[in-house]
Design a binder for this molecule. Structure first.
Ligand code: G3I
Length: 384
């Protein structure tokens, strides 16, 4: 009986949201003048079967003290998908050296970070993105010191052990994982990595090369968690036809067809500079999503931000168009279901500390107020 009432309630809620979404198609000027939005971006997105997300920075697990609760409020009212900015990277999950790095136990992993993340996301019904299993950056210092002395087989053993233990633990909790992040530079594989040895030395099975190694990463992840969607994630791969884009598309297609890697999707990070986001640029981003769609891949935008730097022609008004165009182009394609933004406000953005003279990259300003970009996203969602 209570399940029945619950279903009726959900249907009514959906109808109410659909009605409000339909009714609130006022001109942009009127929308932008509103001080408090009745619905969050998540309501518009979920009414269209899409996920709009953001990241949670360090130490913000439902922490009402951080920024007076503003960040927490933005996350749970605006977004129905979430990722951790740093806390699920290897430097945090495997901070202390396991007794045996080739036989990692669950007690070696800082599962508390995963638990807190999952509890927060579940409480607010958010899709959970895992970032990241294997990356050349943000690795524990003990790995940085030891890995250069490892054989290829040891790199395989360590990676298998880490992924298997992590995936087994996160199974049923995390919806999608970045299995490998940023493995390409320009038109070649990235070489400055702790796992580079696999490209020149064979493992015990005689396998050599990055493709073999990467395909195993996906296979181990799938074996331990059959439900999570598995992604290759990178930056500067968005517009179709650049050398890095060509290399990426060939790589993921080869991993899937030649190596039978269970790779479900590609994450286009989407760290953009305002003047870069022209109409043509966004059209080429759409072409990438289409091309990978033909090959059976989901393509999500996983770390979207659009920075404005000193000397740029663009401003927060053109940033609105840029956000709108990207969200619209991505979500008008069936094989794109998620757009995650990398920073809940301009106050919580990595841009401030990593790019001198740049900032204002997110949809909320430094005082957590809506920016034109916010309304660009909202309009794109309403027009889907
Ligand atoms: O944890 C230390 C802290 O102990 C120390 O006091 C402080 C002093 O600078 O640094 C802290 O580490 C910082 C870390 O974030 C955690 O907050 C690092 O300096 C800082 O460089 C690091 O930046 C992160 C960056 O990845 C590192 O590569 C950003 O927050 C994070 O948003 C960014 O995220 C990446 C994605 O994972 C992959 N794609 C690109 C994206 C942007 O770079």
């Amino acid at each position: 009986m209570s399940r029945h009432i619950n279903s009726i309630f959900k249907v009514c809620l959906f109808l109410l949201i659909s009605l409000l979404v339909g009714c609130s198609k006022e001109p942009p000027e009127a929308v932008e003048s509103s001080l408090v939005e009745t619905l969050g971006l998540r309501d518009y997105a979920s009414a269209k079967g899409k996920f709009i997300g953001n990241l949670m920075r360090d130490g913000m697990f439902e922490n009402e003290q951080v920024n007076g609760g503003s960040t927490d409020k933005i996350l749970r009212t605006e977004y129905n998908a979430i990722v951790l900015g740093n806390k699920m990277k290897m430097s945090n999950l495997l901070r202390n050296r396991p007794q045996d790095p080739f036989n990692i136990k669950i007690t070696d992993i800082n599962t508390g970070n995963i638990d807190k993340f999952v509890a927060y996301a579940d409480k607010y019904q958010m899709r959970k993105r895992g970032h990241v299993m294997i990356w050349y950056k943000q690795i524990p210092s003990w790995l940085e010191a030891e890995a250069p002395n490892w054989t290829a087989q040891q790199v395989y053993d360590f990676s298998k052990s880490y992924i298997t233990t992590l995936s087994s633990y996160s199974a049923g909790k995390i919806d999608e994982w970045d299995v490998i992040n940023e493995a390409i530079i320009n038109n070649d594989f990235r070489r400055n990595t702790w796992y580079d040895i696999v490209s020149s030395q064979a493992n015990d099975e005689g396998e050599v090369g990055f493709q073999s190694y990467f395909s195993h990463l996906f296979k181990w992840a799938r074996q331990s968690d059959t439900a999570a969607e598995l992604f290759y994630n990178d930056y500067n791969i968005e517009p179709f036809g650049t050398s890095k884009n060509n290399f990426m598309r060939n790589l993921v297609k080869e991993l899937k067809s030649t190596h039978a890697a269970p790779i479900d999707g590609v994450g286009l990070q989407g760290h953009f500079k305002i003047d870069q986001v022209t109409e043509q640029f966004v059209a080429k981003l759409g072409q990438t999503i289409d091309d990978l769609g033909v090959a059976g891949f989901t393509v999500n935008i996983t770390e979207l931000d659009i920075r404005i730097c000193a000397g740029d022609n663009g401003n927060i008004q053109t940033q609105k168009d840029a956000y709108k165009r990207i969200v619209s182009t991505a979500f008008n394609r069936e094989n794109c279901n998620t757009v995650l933004i990398w920073g809940s406000s301009d106050n919580d953005s990595w841009i401030n500390t990593h790019y001198e003279g740049c900032g204002q990259a997110t949809p909320h300003d430094e005082n957590y107020r809506y920016k034109p970009a916010y309304f660009g996203i909202k309009e794109a969602l309403m027009e889907l």
